[in-house]
Design a protein around this ligand. Structure first.
Ligand code: 13P
Ligand code: SF4
Length: 316
């Protein structure tokens, strides 16, 4: 049944000249059929280069909107527009304008998990993979406003030593991972390396061996000498880690770290989307499009990513 549906989707994608992009948290059967799977930075870079007429974006709303910002001449389909990101909705453009008025002269760094309107009020975007080099690229004497994720903001502050004005947003999925989960997982799997996402709380990050974006986790695990890992982020990443590293073992830090929005995308909805060329995600306001695009382009001009705290044991 699933195979049949996957084949129908692949046929439809070829007929419609569509490419299927999937985030690392997507359900296994969607990652298995996607043309490209990645983290937010990798997907942004990919979306900017796509030549296919249609991009079917398997992820959450802000990711499809980012693809529309970066490649406005393509049709961006999000198979379920109710797949939102609660963190992205924790600040709106008016709230950010008020914050800027309170801190005149500050530079605004905006996590890509945000609306196009908030990006348009920002100077530069970042993802979980490049937030540290993005902040390091800013003039050292200039105050930094960081929105909307407090945990990524504090992680950047710890790494750069730069004081920042941090909005108190958070990811409800990553908040379900607790320090005691890491301790329990280490007890069950002694010797395993703990890789945590920067959206995790400070005690969880402090209990980890490395703090990495989902794409960085894939590269780190592949390059490392270690054979066993505890993964403190959304569970969907386990599919890719296991597929790319068949000789290694991966354990979830918490069975509760599931993003309900990421799981709203299904094979049936992808088929419907391709059949009907809908629902389309686009930026209606040309001013928002131009200003948000500028903040994204500034980010993409910074090629560096946040380095791991320590390189994998066998790397050059
Ligand atoms: P990554 O860019 O690391 O994949 O993170 C995106 C995200 O939404 C994390 O919750
Ligand atoms: Fe948003 Fe968290 Fe889901 Fe990522 S895991 S999309 S930050 S709710």
């Amino acid at each position: 049944m699933t195979n049949d549906l996957q084949q129908q989707i692949r046929r439809l994608a070829a007929e419609r000249r569509a490419i299927i992009l999937a985030h690392n948290y997507q359900p296994d059967e969607i990652q298995a059929l996607a043309d490209f799977t990645g983290d937010s930075l990798e997907l942004s870079r990919k979306a900017a280069q796509v030549e296919a007429e249609i991009i079917v974006f398997c992820g959450v709303y802000f990711m499809a909107e980012t693809a529309a910002l970066l490649n406005p001449t393509r049709t961006i389909l999000l198979p379920d527009t109710a797949a939102g990101c609660p963190m992205a909705d924790m600040i709106n453009a008016e709230q950010l304008r008020q914050l800027k008025q309170q801190h005149p002269g500050a530079v605004v760094v905006c996590y890509v998990n945000s609306t196009a309107e908030v990006k348009a009020e920002s100077d530069i975007c970042c993802t979980s993979a490049n937030a540290v080099p993005v902040v390091r690229s800013l003039p050292p004497q200039q105050p930094v406003i960081f929105v909307p994720d407090q945990h990524l903001g504090h992680f950047v502050q710890e790494r750069t030593g730069r004081p920042m004005i941090i909005w108190p947003g958070y990811c409800p999925t990553h908040m379900r991972i607790q320090e005691k989960d890491i301790a329990a997982a280490r007890h069950t799997h002694p010797g395993a390396l703990v890789l945590a996402h920067p959206e995790c709380s400070q005690p969880v990050r402090a209990a980890a061996d490395q703090v990495l974006s989902t794409g960085q986790m894939c590269r780190y695990a592949a390059a490392s000498d270690a054979a066993e890992f505890i993964i403190a982020t959304e569970a969907g990443i386990l599919y890719r880690l296991r597929r790319e590293n068949p000789g290694k073992r991966f354990h979830r830090a918490s069975a509760r770290a599931l993003c309900p929005n990421m799981k709203k995308i299904t094979l049936e909805k992808i088929r419907w989307s391709l059949q009907h060329r809908a629902p389309v995600v686009a930026i209606a306001d040309a001013g928002v499009q131009a200003r948000a695009r500028r903040a994204m382009d500034r980010m993409l001009a910074i090629a560096a990513e946040t380095p791991p705290a320590r390189p994998p044991a066998n790397s050059p």
